[in-house]
Design a protein around this ligand. Structure first.
Ligand code: 5GP
Length: 188
């Protein structure tokens, strides 16, 4: 990713159930010019998720083929279960057109992007409290106990790494949080 305005690239990390999806949806409503990266994943679609819109849902074989081709800016095995990755080409294209680009990825992915694109901006979306996060995660009810335990453990590790990020934004209220993110992306 040479000769691009990397300051227009923002990486957003937030533990499962922190409300990242809602905040990002609000941000996109307010600023539709943002290019929101659609990740590739090997996990199964949840009810209502659309291929090419929420994720590019790929087989493990196809995913690993793309890894070998060097198509990913970053990729990681998340929650020890499935692969997730950011395809390079659409991001390069968006940045070349001058659009701000936003990546929602996990900690391992964010660290890879930090190495490859050090002047990108890294934002951590934090819950108002750990208790709140846990109750939101349990309230979602879309996962088994085992999956939820994994997600809670991942969230703990992510929260411990929050100070590696350029900014920590507490998701207290969706409009307020979306406005803060827009401001950090130079869009407010
Ligand atoms: P979910 O399965 O709930 O949609 O996402 C699980 C986790 O995968 C989230 O924490 C999210 O940040 C992470 N994730 C989603 N897309 C990517 C990606 O492209 N790369 C990496 N490294 N992580 C991702």
């Amino acid at each position: 990713m040479e000769a691009m305005n990397h300051q227009r690239l923002t990486v957003l990390l937030g533990p499962s159930a922190v409300g990242k999806g809602t905040v990002v949806a609000r941000l996109m409503e307010l600023h539709p010019q943002i290019f929101l990266s659609i990740s590739a994943t090997t996990r199964d679609p949840r009810p209502g998720e659309v291929d090419g819109q929420h994720y590019h849902f790929l087989s493990r074989e196809r995913f690993l083929q793309l890894v070998n081709e060097g198509a990913f800016l970053e990729w990681a095995e998340v929650h020890g279960m499935n692969y997730y990755g950011t395809l390079k080409a659409p991001i390069e294209e968006a940045l070349a057109k001058g659009r701000p680009a936003l990546l929602e990825i996990d900690l391992a992915g964010a660290r890879q992007v930090r190495k490859q694109v050090p002047d990108a901006q890294f934002i951590f979306l934090a819950p108002p409290s750990w208790e709140e996060l846990e109750s939101r995660l349990r309230g979602r009810g879309s996962e088994t106990e085992e999956q939820m335990a994994r997600r809670l453990e991942t969230a703990r590790v992510e929260i411990d790494a929050a100070n590696e990020f350029d900014h920590i934004v507490v998701n207290d209220e969706v409009d307020h949080t979306a406005a803060k993110l827009a401001c950090l992306m130079g869009l407010a």
